[in-house]
Design a protein around this ligand. Structure first.
Ligand code: IMP
Length: 432
């Protein structure tokens, strides 16, 4: 049985949570492998909307095991709040259906403070981070100073580690006034109760996943952020601090290389980006505002307005080189319902002519001009359409052009936020 991965193919916010929710009944285990509370995955069903940050989107399926893998960074208080928010609405979350890797790193208050302090740009680029302490926690991990869940299972060991770490922070970050006002006792007070609440979920997820594979369970790996925000392959330095492409799965979940059979790339019918960094097809005009308004493009985690623009097929094709998608899923096609003309970038103009390659340098990316192909809009609501054949011809032409450019089938078309507003294409998606 095939194991799948779902990853964002743009700069995040593509609707991964919805697609994971739609396909997860076919899977036994859903695994998050990177990112942390910077992510915001929306799931809508039965007239209710849930915003998940660290919980895998399989949490709504009764039979599904959900795993927060070793590559995820977890803020204890924020995860407990998220769990309580979901359980208060009648969804069961227990140590049986949610496991947290004992190797996952913990976001502590000083990581959040350092993240916000650095992102004001006095001594480096303003990334426009979510301020959740993501970058510093991964930095602590790489510098071998991090505290992991295996360290907190024994409270005395945790207290010892934290006080050692706090001495290091005091010696090295005294220039940050907010840290100066914090004490080790306050940190303990903030995290002790949430950690106690989470400890029953802490587990050896490597063995759990190995056993699941041996039993023939089907695994679904749920990416957060997206390829263009990947620390290695995104628009560095305007990226997050983890490998948020499918290439991060094996290290971030602790599974062998042959585990993932198929990768689904999720992309929106247009493009959005939050925070700083190059965005060749950005629309800084009323059209961009119209997309933002129609798509409700405001951050799930921070509420920030998202930058909006046309679909960029050069960027999307670049992510395909890294991911080798088996299927694409297009979301928010309905957001373009009212537009007279829809554009997609098919190349970039450079001094030397046209290119279809996506440059590593942000300076070069910022200097390029997109070349567009125009499509007539369909000017009708797609919200109630449930089969591909019912889509207006203009919409099908748009999708077929994308498939042709990408050389990859579009297996799922999403025409609204609800679970039901999804077209799964027979012959182009398994089990459809
Ligand atoms: P960080 O992940 O908080 O360090 O933020 C780094 C960059 O990634 C910023 O530009 C954020 O806006 C962006 N980012 C992080 N998480 C998400 C997400 O889930 N969706 C979209 N952008 C994100």
């Amino acid at each position: 049985m095939a194991n799948f991965a779902i990853t964002g193919a743009q700069w995040g916010d593509e609707g991964k949570g919805k697609i994971v929710d739609v396909v997860s009944p076919q899977f036994d285990v859903v695994i998050r492998f990177q990112g942390g509370p910077n992510a915001g995955h929306s799931v809508v069903f039965g007239g209710e909307r849930f915003a998940l940050h660290v919980l895998p989107s399989g949490i709504f399926q009764k039979h599904t095991l959900n795993i927060i893998g070793n590559g995820v960074v977890v803020d204890p208080a924020s995860l407990v709040k998220e769990i309580e928010g979901v359980t208060s609405r009648g969804i069961a979350i227990t140590p049986a259906n949610l496991k947290i890797s004992e190797r996952a790193h913990i976001i502590l208050p000083y990581h959040r403070i350092i993240d916000k302090f650095r992102d004001i740009g006095e001594n480096g680029p303003v990334i426009g981070t979510t301020g959740r302490g993501i970058g510093p926690t991964y930095e602590w991990k790489a510098s071998r100073r991090g505290i992991r869940f295996c360290d907190v299972v024994d409270p005395a060991r945790f207290e010892k580690k934290l006080s050692q770490e706090w001495a290091f922070i005091k010696n090295n970050f005294s220039h940050i006034a907010e840290l100066d006002r914090l004490s080790c006792e306050q940190i303990m007070e903030e995290v002790t109760a949430p950690l106690k609440r989470l400890v029953p979920h802490v587990a050896d997820t490597i063995t759990i996943l190995a056993e699941a594979r041996a039993r023939g369970s089907r695994l679904l790996f749920e990416g957060a952020q997206a390829v263009l925000l990947d620390i290695d392959f995104g628009t560095y330095p305007y990226v997050t601090s983890s490998n948020s492409s499918a290439l991060g799965i094996h290290a971030g979940a602790g599974v062998p290389l042959n585990t993932v059979d198929q990768v689904i790339g999720i992309f929106k019918a247009y493009t959005s980006r939050v925070g700083s960094g190059p965005f060749p097809t950005e629309l800084n005009d009323s059209l961009g505002e119209a997309i933002r308004a129609a798509g409700h493009e405001f951050g799930t985690t921070t509420g920030r307005p998202r930058r909006c623009g046309w679909l960029d097929l050069v960027a999307l094709k670049y992510t395909h080189l890294l991911s080798q998608y088996s299927y694409l899923a297009i979301t928010k096609l309905d957001v373009l319902d009212e537009f007279d003309t829809i554009k997609v970038a098919t190349g970039y103009t450079t001094e030397g002519g046209t290119t279809q390659s996506f440059p590593a340098s942000c300076d070069i990316l910022e200097s390029l001009q997109p070349e567009y192909r125009e499509f007539p809009g369909w000017k009708t609501s797609l919200a109630n359409i449930r089969t591909y054949e019912e889509l207006p011809k203009q919409a099908r032409d748009y999708l077929e052009f994308i498939e042709d450019y990408m050389q990859c089938p579009i297996g799922i078309v999403s025409v609204g936020p609800d679970r039901n507003q999804t077209i799964i294409r027979p012959g182009r998606f398994p089990n459809a």
